[in-house]
Design a protein around this ligand. Structure first.
Ligand SMILES: Cc1ncc(C[n+]2csc(CCOP(=O)(O)OP(=O)(O)O)c2C)c(N)n1
Length: 393
């Protein structure tokens, strides 16, 4: 049995510098130790799927990362794992608790998942190992596997049993954070006029060369690629709803401006990410939400966006500035302002559904896009002297 802080030190020595996760009582020693560990950061998120996307974003920013999850959260992980990590060959270390282990008495909600945990991970082609029992084993495993993951680009899982970690009943006592400043809501509701492509053109033409851009799945990524592929673009080809969490993971590990272009259906699917962004407040994140009120990419089925005030949600979640923009010129002005001022920013722009005839798709494979993007993000930027406000995270 080893302590949470010993495991984290071994993880840091193996190159793992960040874990995102949702707590499990079996992982408490690890999470609580990570809150005071200077070598390994913990990003507390709202769902295990969000943790996978955030860890993917950390990796895209050059930081070897992991996910701390209860096995009951594996269901939340399946989509971003199969649609984001696997196609892009992004490796993460899953540290997964094993509630409901066969033979051990546990609560009814853990029994079935306990029985199928390893099989479920293996079904997703994730190589599983038992959590190391001794510190020497942990150091050896994390060093060896960390390197192997960078070579073969495949994720690994460590399965944590109830007796794996010392100090499982420790309590986490942290001071409450300062309440965030409330965002500014602007704009009257008027019928949208602009298409998604027109909005993307406005964003692209104002985009600084050193900014990273992540596009949500479906037509947004396809249109961005069609307008003009660039090395600083990351296209989500699946994993609907994960773009903002991936962007958060990137933004937390770079000083570059990170722009995420989201859709209303996707944003609603993982609305919890608004809370994580508002809480962690990455100053360099600009979240643009192109809202056509429908799932345009799959045939135009309505979403519930008509009754959701996205800027209000973002402001209530702690974004520094949240604006509803109503025209292309207003979007351009708000975007330019967001690029200069500390965020996180939410720009909500209502658009009309529809796309150009014969819209293409990214012709570069996701793994190549991921490595090209990672190389862009991890290349040091030239210092600028624009006089803009400081935006260190
Ligand atoms: C988890 C998951 N569910 C469903 C899909 C299928 N899908 C791809 S794009 C899309 C619609 C996305 O809607 P929205 O974010 O509003 O963007 P729009 O298509 O309107 O631009 C759907 C349902 C998916 N890729 N992933």
């Amino acid at each position: 049995m080893i302590s949470g802080s010993d495991f984290l030190d071994a993880a840091a020595a193996g190159g793992f510098r960040c874990f995102a996760g949702v707590p499990c009582s079996l992982l408490t020693p690890l999470i609580n130790a990570s809150l005071s560990n200077e070598k390994v950061a913990y990003i507390g998120v709202t769902s295990e799927g969000e943790a996978v996307a955030t860890a993917a974003g950390s990796w895209l920013a050059g930081v070897r990362s992991g996910v701390l999850t209860q096995n009951s959260g594996l269901g939340n992980i399946v989509n971003p794992f199969t649609s984001l990590l696997w196609p892009a060959s992004i490796p993460v270390l899953l540290v997964c608790s094993h509630r409901g282990a066969p033979g051990a008495h546990d609560e009814p909600q853990h029994v079935l998942m306990g029985r199928v945990t390893q099989a479920l991970l293996e079904l997703m082609e994730i190589n599983c190992s038992p959590f190391p029992a001794e510190l020497d084993d942990a150091q050896e495993w994390l060093g060896r596997v960390g390197e192997a993951m960078e070579r073969d680009h495949r994720s690994r899982a460590l399965i944590v049993e109830s007796a794996s970690l010392q100090g499982a009943d420790s309590r986490c006592i942290l001071p409450l954070p300062e309440p965030p400043p409330r965002g500014l809501l602007e704009g009257e509701r008027v019928a949208p006029q602009a298409t998604r492509e027109a909005a993307l053109e406005v964003l692209v033409s104002a985009l600084p060369d050193d900014a990273a851009v992540l596009a949500t799945t479906g037509m947004t990524a396809r249109e961005l690629f069609t307008i003009g592929d660039r090395p600083q673009y990351y296209y989500h080809v699946g994993a609907m709803g994960s773009a903002s969490a991936t962007a958060l993971g990137v933004a937390l590990h770079t000083t570059r401006t990170v722009v995420v272009i989201d859709g209303d259906g996707a944003a609603l699917m993982r609305l919890g990410t608004f809370a994580t962004i508002g809480h962690l407040r990455p100053v360099n994140l600009v979240h643009v939400l192109l809202d056509n009120g429908v799932h345009d990419s799959t045939g135009g089925q309505p979403t519930s966006s008509a009754t959701v005030d996205f800027a209000g949600v973002a402001a209530a979640c702690g974004y520094t500035r949240a604006v509803r923009t109503e025209s292309l010129s207003h979007l351009a002005a708000a975007f330019t302002q967001a690029l200069r001022a500390p965020g996180p920013h939410l720009l909500h722009f209502p658009i009309t559904p529809g796309t150009r005839a014969g819209l293409g798709r990214p012709t570069i494979t996701p793994d190549v896009v991921a490595r090209r993007f990672r190389s862009f993000v991890t290349t040091p930027t030239m210092p600028t002297s624009t006089g803009d406000e400081t935006r260190d995270n």
